[in-house]
Design a binder for this molecule. Structure first.
Ligand code: SIN
Length: 511
């Protein structure tokens, strides 16, 4: 541990150097796992905002998927992943994910990750009764601020990323650090939305940074909404796992009426996007801002033993879930799109890598299979580091895709704030979208994106990054005239074959 966080300690002590073999931006599981491996091959600097606990990894509840149970196989896991992704999963990447899963779990065990165990083996959760019945198994595992990439030209004329400019969060002073390999592991952009399971730091910084440096960003229209986040005044929208419905939790509207059987024959066990849209419909139908997830009919001891984290969190917020139903509503949960990479985590800019939620490796397609996100972080963090060692000058082959060029649109946009972005994205580019709302959002976000002054501190940087990511989501969602996976258009409610392709944005060096 002491060595692992050396760079962070050096940074705090003010003894940080200016040149490293690896600079890793982000300190969730993807960033720290990459750091742990990279330190075997050179000097490492981890840049992070705030504390290393302040990330989505800390809040992940659903476990890490890996096909290590009896009767399970990488091939079955691959099939589940492809099916969940609604026609847009990159099969090569998904095959890498599922075939390397067991080896990465072994690595984590070797590193001392305290998985739950049962009779000396990793405890496997079989989800045959869950809302995700196709998913065979899960396991429950257990200060400087990144700002802008700067690019330099290599001899061959291609842009290579070799440095990053960072703001010191305490002083707002900018410093430049150079490196041989820059790895983005900054997480997703859940803060684009008013209601989100993501912490306040999830502002899409890595995606925005890569885009501005000229890298390609793809699949931004696919934002996964979790159907059941806790909805209590003054309390963060804490994730109430889908496994609660798998255990027999029942959804009722605020009038007490069970509604899921009216929407889907699988009722509470329907896929998360179906349940999320049904909840939104009931919320609109009743005028309340939530529905109720009821487990009061289940055995009290079982609920507490099965969901200790949820029970404890709710109790601390004044709600005993074994006695009262849980107020819940959908919340933005996972950014499927991100910096476009190949199966080695290489982006379209030499020297720049991405892994974890900020990357789009192609494994999630249009809808992520639950618990594949943590797996993706360790599989591709490992591959990134392996690639820097085995093929340091490698370049990224491109998957076929359409390039959507963005134009700035003049609009009466008002003054951007994080709250204004979140409210607009929730209303106009949220779970149920149409051309009217998306056009409005695109126009306003484009105007904001074009007019925001250069950021000078963390707050303004985060806002700038959120505006850019939101603009890309709105543009892509407007272009994609169909419904597929997590992207639902009420004006195009069916999937269309001609849209079985990816939208790719190529950024430019505009700061
Ligand atoms: C859940 O347990 O409901 C969430 C897990 C995930 O999003 O992967």
């Amino acid at each position: 541990m002491a060595t692992r966080y050396k760079a962070l300690q050096e940074a705090e002590a003010g003894t940080i150097g200016s040149s490293y073999d690896y600079i890793i931006v982000g300190s969730g599981i993807a960033g720290l796992y990459a750091a742990l491996l990279a330190r075997e091959h050179g000097s490492v600097l981890v840049l992070t905002k705030g504390s290393i606990d302040d990330c989505n990894t800390r809040w992940a509840q659903g476990g890490i998927a890996a096909p290590i149970g009896a009767g399970d196989s990488a091939e079955k896991h691959l099939r589940d992943t492809i099916e969940a992704g609604a026609g847009l999963v990159d099969e090569e990447a998904a095959r890498v994910l599922t075939s390397e899963a067991a080896a990465r779990i072994e690595d984590l065990v070797r590193l001392g990750v305290p998985f739950d165990t049962s009779e000396g083996e990793i405890a496997l959760e079989i989800l045959t009764e869950s809302p995700d019945p196709a998913h065979p198994s899960r396991r429950l595992p257990p200060h400087p601020e990144p700002i802008r990439g700067s690019s330099g030209r290599t001899g061959g004329g291609a842009l290579a990323v070799r440095a990053v400019r960072a703001l010191n969060a305490m002083t707002d002073e900018a410093s430049e650090y150079s490196c041989r390999h820059l790895i983005l592991a900054t997480g997703g952009a859940g803060q684009m939305y008013r209601v989100s399971t993501n912490p306040a730091v999830a502002t899409g910084d890595g995606i925005a940074l890569a885009y501005r440096a000229g890298a390609e960003v793809t699949d931004m229209e696919f934002v996964q909404f979790h159907p059941t986040a806790l909805r209590l005044p003054g309390v963060q929208p804490f994730l109430i796992s889908e496994a609660v419905r798998g255990e027999g939790g029942v959804l009722r509207d605020v009038r007490g009426e069970r509604f899921m059987p009216n929407y889907d024959e699988r009722a509470e066990l329907a896929p998360r996007d179906v349940v999320a849209r049904a909840i939104v419909d009931r919320i609109e139908g009743t005028g309340a801002d939530h529905v109720l997830l009821d487990v009061t009919h289940l055995d009290r001891g079982h609920v507490i033993a099965r969901f200790p984290q949820i029970y404890r969190f709710c109790l601390d917020a004044g709600l005993d879930i074994t006695r009262e139903p849980i107020p819940v509503s959908p919340a933005a949960h996972y950014t499927m799109g991100g910096v476009r990479t190949n199966v080695w985590g290489e982006t379209t800019l030499p020297g720049l890598y991405a892994c974890g939620e900020c990357a789009c490796t192609g494994v999630h397609g249009a809808n992520r299979l639950a618990s594949n996100s943590l797996l993706e972080t360790v599989v591709f963090a490992q591959r990134v580091v392996q690639r820097t060692v085995e093929s340091p000058g490698g370049s990224a082959p491109l998957r076929a895709g359409a390039v959507a060029l963005s134009e700035a649109v003049a609009a009466e946009a008002g003054v951007p704030t994080r709250e204004a972005v979140q409210a607009m994205m929730w209303e106009d580019a949220g779970m149920v979208r149409d051309a009217g709302g998306l056009s409005r959002a695109k126009a306003i976000l484009s105007a904001w994106d074009a007019s925001l002054p250069a950021p000078t501190d963390r707050e303004s940087q985060e806002l700038t990054d959120l505006v850019l990511c939101s603009r890309l989501v709105a543009e892509a969602a407007l272009l994609r005239e169909e419904s597929r996976g997590a992207h639902y258009r009420s004006d195009f409610p069916e999937a269309r074959d001609e849209w079985r392709r990816h939208l790719v944005f190529r950024g430019g060096a505009r700061n």
